[in-house]
Design a protein around this ligand. Structure first.
Ligand SMILES: Cc1cc2nc3c(=O)[nH]c(=O)nc-3n(C[C@H](O)[C@H](O)[C@H](O)COP(=O)(O)OP(=O)(O)OC[C@H]3O[C@@H](n4cnc5c(N)ncnc54)[C@H](O)[C@@H]3O)c2cc1C
Length: 368
C-alpha cells in the first residue's frame, strides 16, 4: 500500500507552495485563486484525490483558512461527478472545475447540526417543479456561490428516507432574490477568509431535473461528501501544522533571550519535537485515508474520521504552542500563528465535531 509520497508528489507540493505564495502576497480573492490554480493546471478534470489533497495541504501551510473554500468546492464537484444526472454534469462540472462557478454545500440547520437527519427544510413536488422552504446555517462559500447543493425533506412525516439532494442556481433578478435569501457573512472566530452564511429558501421553485440522485438519496450523498470533506479537513490541519512548525523553528532560532536563542532551551525544543512528531503521524493518517477513499476500501469511513480527529485536535494543541513560542509577537493580529490558533479551533467543529468522529470510529468497530 502506497501511503508515502513520491518525489513527483513532493515537487508538486513545492511548486504549488511557491505559486500560492506569490498569489497571496496580494489580498486573496478566492474565485481568482481557484481560476489561477486551474490555469496553471494545478487543478484539472482528471486530478486524483491525492493531488487535490496535496494542493490543499500546501495552500493551508500558507493560509489555513483557504482550506474550507477548497474543501467545499472539491466536495461539491465530487457530488455532481458521482451522483448528478448527465444534464447537470454537462451544465456545471466544467464550470466548477475551472472556477467559473463557485459552489456552496448547505445541509446544516438551526436544529440539525450533528444530527443531519433532523433537517426541517422541505421540498414539495408541484407539476414539473420542486418548491423548497427552509433555513440553512453555516453554509460555506454562501455569499460567493453561483450554485448551492442543498438537502430537503420530501416526506410529510419526518423520515430520513425522504431526505433528498437538490442543486439550486443563484438567481439574480429582483423578485426571485426573495426566494433565495443569502444573509451577510457570519462573523466567526477563525477561518475568516472563507465566508459562512445563513440561507433562507422561501417558496423557491426549481426545475424537477435539479434533483441530484433519487428521492431519498440525500443522506447517502451527504455522508459520502462529508467523508471526503473530512479528508480535506485533515489536509487543512496538516497544512496548518506545517506552517506552525516552520514559524516555530524560524522564530525560536532567531529570537535571543538571556544571551542565547530561545530554541536552546529544552522547553522550546520539546514543543517543536512534539509538533514534528504529531505532524508526521497526522500526515500518515491523511494519506492512508486518501488512499482508502481512492481505492474505495471498507475502512474509508473510519480512516477519514480518525484522520480528521487526530490532525485537527493536534493542530489545536500545537497552534497554541506555536503562539507560546513567540510570546507577545505571536499575539499580533497579523501573525501566522495567531491566525492558525483561531483557525485550528474551528477545524475541530466542522465536517462533524471531533466527538462525532469518535462516534463514527466506534460505530465502524461495531460498538453502537
Ligand atoms: C466554520 C464552519 C463551517 C461550516 N461549514 C458548513 C457547510 O459548508 N455546510 C454545512 O452544511 N454545515 C457547515 N457547518 C456546520 C457544521 O457541520 C456543524 O456546526 C457541526 O456539524 C456541528 O453541529 P452544531 O454546530 O449544531 O453542534 P451540535 O450538533 O449542537 O453539537 C454541540 C456539541 O455536542 C456534541 N455532540 C452532539 N451530538 C453528540 C453525540 N452523539 N455524542 C457526543 N457528543 C455530541 C458535539 O460534539 C458538540 O460538542 C460549518 C460549521 C462551521 C463552524
Amino acid at each position: 500500500m502506497q501511503v508515502l509520497l513520491t518525489e513527483e508528489d513532493l515537487t508538486l507540493k513545492d511548486s504549488i507552495e511557491s505559486f500560492v505564495l506569490e498569489q497571496t502576497e496580494k489580498e486573496v480573492n478566492l474565485r481568482n485563486l481557484w481560476q489561477s490554480l486551474y490555469k496553471k493546471s494545478f487543478i484539472c478534470q482528471d486530478n486524483s484525490l491525492l493531488k487535490n489533497i496535496l494542493l490543499t495541504e500546501s495552500i493551508c501551510s500558507i493560509n489555513p483558512g483557504i482550506g474550507l473554500f477548497l474543501l467545499t468546492q472539491f466536495a461539491c464537484i465530487e457530488i455532481i461527478k458521482s451522483f448528478a444526472n448527465d444534464n447537470l454534469k454537462t451544465q456545471y462540472l466544467d464550470k466548477l472545475i475551472s472556477g467559473k462557478h463557485i459552489a456552496c454545500f448547505a445541509l446544516t440547520e438551526p436544529n440539525a447540526g450533528s444530527d443531519v437527519t433532523s433537517i426541517q427544510t422541505t421540498a414539495k413536488q408541484k407539476d414539473n417543479s420542486w418548491i423548497i422552504n427552509g433555513h440553512k446555517i453555516w453554509a460555506s462559500n454562501g455569499s460567493i456561490a453561483d450554485i448551492f447543493i442543498t438537502f430537503a425533506q420530501t416526506k410529510e412525516h419526518r423520515d430520513k428516507s425522504g431526505i433528498t439532494c437538490f442543486l439550486i442556481q443563484r438567481q439574480e433578478t429582483g423578485d426571485k432574490k426573495q426566494e433565495l435569501e443569502i444573509l451577510p457573512d457570519t462573523p466567526k472566530l477563525g477561518v475568516k477568509i472563507t465566508p459562512s452564511n445563513e440561507i433562507k429558501f422561501k417558496d423557491l421553485k426549481i426545475d424537477s431535473n435539479s434533483m441530484i440522485g433519487q428521492i431519498g438519496d440525500g443522506i447517502k450523498i451527504a455522508l459520502s461528501s462529508i467523508t471526503t470533506g473530512r479528508i480535506f479537513c485533515a489536509a487543512q490541519a496538516c497544512g496548518l501544522l506545517t506552517g506552525c512548525l516552520k514559524e516555530s523553528v524560524k522564530y525560536s532560532s532567531k529570537r535571543n533571550q538571556f544571551g542565547k536563542a530561545i530554541s536552546d532551551n529544552q522547553a522550546i525544543k520539546w514543543y517543536i519535537a512534539d509538533m514534528t512528531k504529531d505532524l508526521d503521524a497526522a500526515r500518515l493518517l491523511l494519506y492512508k485515508a486518501t488512499w482508502a477513499k481512492e481505492n474505495k476500501t471498507e475502512e474509508v469511513n473510519k480512516l477519514s474520521s480518525m484522520a480528521k480527529y487526530f490532525s485537527t485536535s493536534r493542530a489545536a494543541i500545537h497552534a497554541n504552542k506555536a503562539v507560546q513560542i513567540q510570546g507577545g509577537a505571536g499575539l499580533r493580529e497579523s501573525s501566522f500563528v495567531a491566525n492558525a490558533y483561531r483557525d485550528a479551533k474551528v477545524l475541530e467543529i466542522y465536517e462533524g465535531t471531533n466527538e462525532i468522529q469518535k462516534v463514527v470510529t466506534s460505530k465502524e468497530l461495531g460498538l453502537y
